[in-house]
Design a protein around this ligand. Structure first.
Ligand code: S3P
Length: 171
């Protein structure tokens, strides 16, 4: 089997639960390239979980660290970058990621996202009393931002094979 050589980064964006982690891991394995997650890098730098950072220091602090991590990761070449769902809130993040990368939006509908995320305690953004409504609200708020991606892929199906094949065709 020949392995495709990628020169640009593959950047995955989308809401929590859209499959970025699983898809980025599978792609990294198939393409034999490095994969980085902005959340994991933030956690490594801060030596605690995203939920703990947000609880102790608040969202603006988390976003600031996330911005620094995006800068570092975006300067790499030929890697896969799994972005936390809120990376798109900062237009500069988008611009930096686009310079060396092709941006893919994994789009799953809010009901599917809710089913995947319910009971998950690691996401402070939806830890309130009405997670289902909150997911729908965030989805609608952010859709125009996610739609700035180079490609939008349907990620509602439980199988990750569809989006993977689509990404491999485009890179
Ligand atoms: C967030 C998504 C999370 C994490 C943080 C904020 C968001 O990442 O960065 O809880 O604002 O959508 P995942 O999308 O990887 O869950």
């Amino acid at each position: 089997m020949t392995i495709k050589r990628i020169t640009k980064n593959i950047v995955l964006i989308g809401l929590m639960g859209s499959g970025k982690t699983m898809i980025s891991r599978a792609l990294a394995k198939r393409l034999r390239v490095e994969r980085f997650s902005t959340d994991e890098q933030v956690e490594l730098k801060e030596k605690c979980s995203v939920a703990e950072i947000v609880a102790a220091k608040g969202w603006p602090y988390f976003r600031e660290v996330e911005r620094e991590i995006v800068k570092t990761l975006a300067s790499k070449k030929g890697v896969i970058i799994d972005c936390g769902g809120g990376v798109v809130l900062d237009a500069e993040n988008f611009d930096i990621l686009r310079k060396n990368g092709i941006i893919f939006h994994l789009d799953a509908n809010p009901e599917v996202l809710y089913q995947r995320l319910k009971g998950d305690q690691s996401r402070p953004l939806i830890s309130g009393p009405t997670p289902k409504a909150r997911i729908k609200e965030i989805y609608e708020e952010r859709l125009p931002l996610y739609n700035q991606a180079d490609f939008t892929l349907d990620a509602s199906d439980p199988s990750i094979e569809g989006p993977i094949v689509e990404i491999l065709k485009k890179v």
